[in-house]
Ligand binder design. Structure first.
Ligand SMILES: Cc1cc2nc3c(=O)[nH]c(=O)nc-3n(C[C@H](O)[C@H](O)[C@H](O)COP(=O)(O)OP(=O)(O)OC[C@H]3O[C@@H](n4cnc5c(N)ncnc54)[C@H](O)[C@@H]3O)c2cc1C
Length: 381
C-alpha cells in the first residue's frame, strides 16, 4: 500500500529533521516527516539546551553564531517559544594546564568569529559572583545562553503543522529503495514515495546509510545530565570548565541543570540507556566545585541520551554520493546550538539554491576513490 507521493521525505524528527522539514515546506515543497517515536524526544529533547560558542568547534562557530541569533528570535521564525535565555558564558580554568587549554581554545574560537576573551579571576567574579574564588582565570563569551530543550518537540510540532508538513510520529522507517522517479521508503506495512529524501537520524544515521549500502561509522556517546531541586539564585551565567567536563546553568524557575559529557551506559541498537552512578557523583562534585553555593542543593533527577559523532568530529551535511536526491544531516558536536542554521543552509541546497555557508559533505569520511576529495584539517575542540 502506498501512502501518496511527496516532494521531500525527512527521516528522523529531531532538531535537524524538524528544521529541514519546516524550511522545505515554507520553501514550497510538499513534505512528510517520519519519526520512529515522538518528535524531538531523543537527543533533541533531552539535551542540556546550552547555546554556546565555548563548546563549539572552531569550524562550526560561524554557523553557531547565526543559529544563536535564530534561537534568540525563535518566536519570530518558529512561531513558538522554546524558553531561550541569552546570557554571558564563562569557561573556567582551575589549573595551569587548564589555563593553557583555555587560551588555545579561546584563540581558535575567537579567530573563527566568536566574541571570546580571556578574563582575570577578578573580572570573572564580577560577571559571575557565585564562582569559586580558587579559579585562576576564565574565558568569557558575551553570546551564550540556553533553551528549554524539552519544549523543542512541542514548538516544532505546532510550527510544522502550521507550515503544512505531514508529521508521522511512531512511524519507524525500515528501508529505502530507488524507484523510477525518486525513492520508496518502507514503513511496515506501507510505503511512502518521495522525489527527495533527507536522512536525519542522529546516532541512527549509520543504519540509515546502511539502507544504501554505505558504511560510515557513527560513534555513539551516551551523555548524561542531572537537574537539581529549585533553589534561590546561585548563578547567572552559562558556566563550563576548560576540559569541557562541566556545563552548568540555572533556569529562571530555580533548577540547575548539570552536564558536561559525562558518560552513562547504553546501546544504540536497543535504544536503551541509563545513567552511571559514578558519572552522576563526579559531575555533581565538579558543579559544586565551580559554584560552591550548590553544596546543599539536592539532585532530583538524572537522565541520559545518545549523541552522534563522526570520525573527525565534524558534521555530515550534504548530498549522499551516488544517490541523487538523497541528503543527510547530523553528527554535529553540540549540535542543538547550530542545528537551525545548518538546516537552513541544507534546505537552500535542497531547494536548488546556493547555500549561504558551505555544507559538510560526507565524501571525506567514505573509504575508497574520492575519499581524499575534501581535506580535513585537525580541529581544536
Ligand atoms: C544528554 C545530551 C546533552 C546535550 N547537550 C547539548 C547542549 O547543551 N547543547 C548542544 O548544542 N547540544 C547538546 N547535545 C547534542 C544535541 O542534542 C544533538 O547534537 C542534536 O540534538 C542532534 O539532533 P539530531 O536531529 O541530529 O538527532 P536526534 O535528536 O537524535 O534525532 C534523530 C531522530 O531520528 C529518529 N529515528 C531514528 N531511526 C529512525 C527510523 N528508522 N525511522 C524514523 N525515525 C528514526 C529518532 O527517533 C530521533 O528522534 C546534547 C546531547 C545529549 C544526548
Amino acid at each position: 500500500m502506498s501512502a501518496g507521493r511527496y516532494d521531500l521525505a525527512v527521516v528522523g524528527g529531531g532538531i535537524h529533521g524538524a528544521s529541514v522539514a519546516l524550511f522545505a515546506a515554507r520553501g514550497g515543497m510538499n513534505v512528510v516527516l517520519l519519526e520512529a517515536g515522538a518528535l524531538a524526544r531523543q537527543a533533541s529533547g533531552t539535551n542540556a539546551g546550552t547555546l554556546t560558542m565555548q563548546m563549539t568547534r572552531a569550524a562550526l562557530i560561524p554557523y553557531a553564531l547565526k543559529a544563536h541569533e535564530m534561537w534568540v528570535n525563535a518566536p519570530r521564525w518558529l512561531g513558538h517559544d522554546v524558553g531561550v535565555v541569552a546570557c554571558d558564558g564563562l569557561s573556567l580554568a582551575f589549573t595551569e594546564s587548564e589555563e593553557e587549554l583555555l587560551s588555545e581554545r579561546a584563540d581558535a574560537r575567537s579567530a573563527a568569529g566568536a566574541p571570546i576573551t580571556l578574563v582575570s579571576k577578578a573580572e570573572a567574579a564580577c560577571i559571575e559572583p557565585g564562582v569559586n574564588p580558587e579559579i585562576r582565570m576564565a574565558s568569557h563569551c558575551s553570546i551564550d545562553g540556553y533553551a528549554n530543550a524539552y519544549l523543542t518537540g512541542l514548538a516544532y510540532r505546532r510550527a510544522l503543522r502550521d507550515a503544512g508538513v505531514t508529521v508521522r510520529e511512531y512511524a519507524p522507517v525500515t528501508g529505502l529503495t530507488p524507484s523510477s522517479n525518486g525513492y520508496e521508503l518502507r514503513l511496515e506495512p506501507e510505503t511512502i514515495a518521495a522525489s527527495r529524501i533527507v536522512l536525519t537520524g542522529g546516532v541512527w544515521l549509520e543504519p540509515m546509510l546502511g539502507w544504501l549500502n554505505i558504511q560510515l561509522p557513527i560513534k555513539t556517546l551516551i551523555n548524561q545530565l542531572s537537574v537539581t531541586e529549585r533553589t534561590g539564585p546561585v548563578m547567572r551565567t552559562v558556566l563550563g570548565i576548560a576540559s569541557g567536563l562541566l556545563s552548568l546553568k540555572q533556569f529562571p524557575h530555580g533548577t540547575v541543570v548539570i552536564g558536561g559529557g559525562w558518560q552513562g551506559e547504553g546501546n544504540r541498537d536497543t535504544g536503551v540507556h541509563r545513567t552511571s552512578h559514578d558519572s552522576t557523583v563526579g559531575n555533581a562534585r565538579l558543579a559544586v566545585h565551580a559554584i560552591p553555593a550548590l553544596r546543599n542543593t539536592r539532585l532530583v533527577r538524572s537522565w541520559a541520551g545518545f549523541e552522534a559523532e563522526t570520525e573527525d568530529a565534524l558534521p555530515i551535511v550534504g548530498p549522499v554520493p551516488g544517490h541523487p536526491g538523497v541528503w543527510v544531516s547530523g553528527s554535529v558536536h553540540s549540535g542543538y546550538t547550530s542545528a537551525p542554521y545548518i538546516a537552513h543552509c541544507l534546505t537552500q541546497a535542497i531547494l536548488g539554491h546556493h547555500p549561504e555557508m558551505p555544507l559538510f559533505p560526507m565524501d571525506r569520511l567514505l573509504a575508497g576513490p574520492g575519499s581524499e576529495a575534501v581535506p580535513v584539517s585537525p580541529e581544536p575542540q
